[in-house]
Design a protein around this ligand. Sequence first.
Ligand code: HEM
Length: 421
Amino acid sequence: MSDTSGSPTATTPPPGCPAHADAVHMGGLEYQQTPSQMYRTMRREHGAVAPVLLDGGVPAWLVLGYPEVSYVTSHDELFARDSRRWNQWPNIPPDWPLLPYVGYQPSVLFAEREEHQRRAGVITQALEGVDQFELARECQLIAETLIAGFSGSGQAELMSMYAHALPARGVLWMCGMPPGTVDTEQLVDDLRISLDASEGDDPVAAYGRVGERIMRLVQEKRERPGPDVTSRMILDPAGLTDEEIVQDLISVIAAAQQPTANWICNTLRLLLTDERFAVNVSGGRVSVGDALNEVLWLDTPTQNFIGRWAVRDTQLGGRLIREGDCLVLGLAAANTDPQIWPESHVGAENSAHLSFSNGEHRCPYPAPLLADVMARTAVETLMEHLPDIVLGVKSEDLTWRPSIWMRGLTSLPVRFTPSAH
Ligand code: HEM
């Protein structure tokens, strides 16, 4: 998600809403630079479930505790995904910055119960058909092409030239669009603009083009199915309509692109700044896998996820949650919950983190494995081709993006010996 740090327009909660007078405004620099510190303070002051204000002073609950996030995500009969349940809709302006993420769409993301099982089942079946070795090979080729684009210059900005560029092409390849064609490159560009617009871009127009191109892809694959995710979704006995497939394909592509890009970037940052890895990766002892896993615990890409909506009045973490209240899943806070890590030593070696969420709506199996293949191939290929790569700025000058949702860097400048690949 993009920048949501706009200042609140109302600090007094509307009548009858769940926000307390001491609700914390989610935004501001503290979140962007040192969120772990901020979560610790919030936990101390508010407990495992904190009253927060989203953009524009809109009240919600931030679930900070590991047991509480696990509970919320595994009880979808109490905390559901359809955002039309929200009791705050009368207070949401039409240009609210979070609307693209919270506004209901008839996709897998907002579906509930049997309908969710039907839609998520089709996605799981389609992703299960991806051959992980083939995906690794394809990502390696994509990585080598991207590296060849900058290796001669001895320097690069890895966020835009690599970390974001690779998973977009990887996931489109899975969906049946080969990298390197004009068509795919246009879609990659439109995805970037619609998910992460820069100055002068028109995200609404780009999103429209993404929808049109994906609809064309579905029609092409209906005529000539191939060994790809799109064709498997079309051929699934659940019999999804073209419109449903387009909605869910866009959800898959968007859900894959941003978090995988930030996973790659946060892992590269760790490898390039932390001596434990700097020394050992070049000596080939500490695996890239260790770094990838540590990032999921300590700098997880989806640090907060919006959300769930209470189906009825209930209790959570000692709070009274009202029917229709919005809960934000504090995945980063839950991963570092002192209740599971009393010695404040986070166990990078195990994988019980909540970075892929949990329960019915969790990142669907086998998406985390496919993301791991993409991220691991991206990091390993870069390290192999540019073995003397170092940061192009001091590590303390790297800045995090001003987003409370995604954790990733603004830019990752690097230097290395120029080579002709
Ligand atoms: C191949 C790459 C990926 C694909 C295809 C993918 C796909 C998806 C899809 C389709 C959903 C919606 C599930 C639903 O509502 O039922 C989802 C949710 C999610 N994904 Fe992924 N994803 C990928 C990578 C990642 C990565 C790298 C992360 C973070 C490390 C991540 C974290 C999440 C989270 C936190 C959710 C929200 C789950 C919830 O509502 O509880 N995903 N993903």
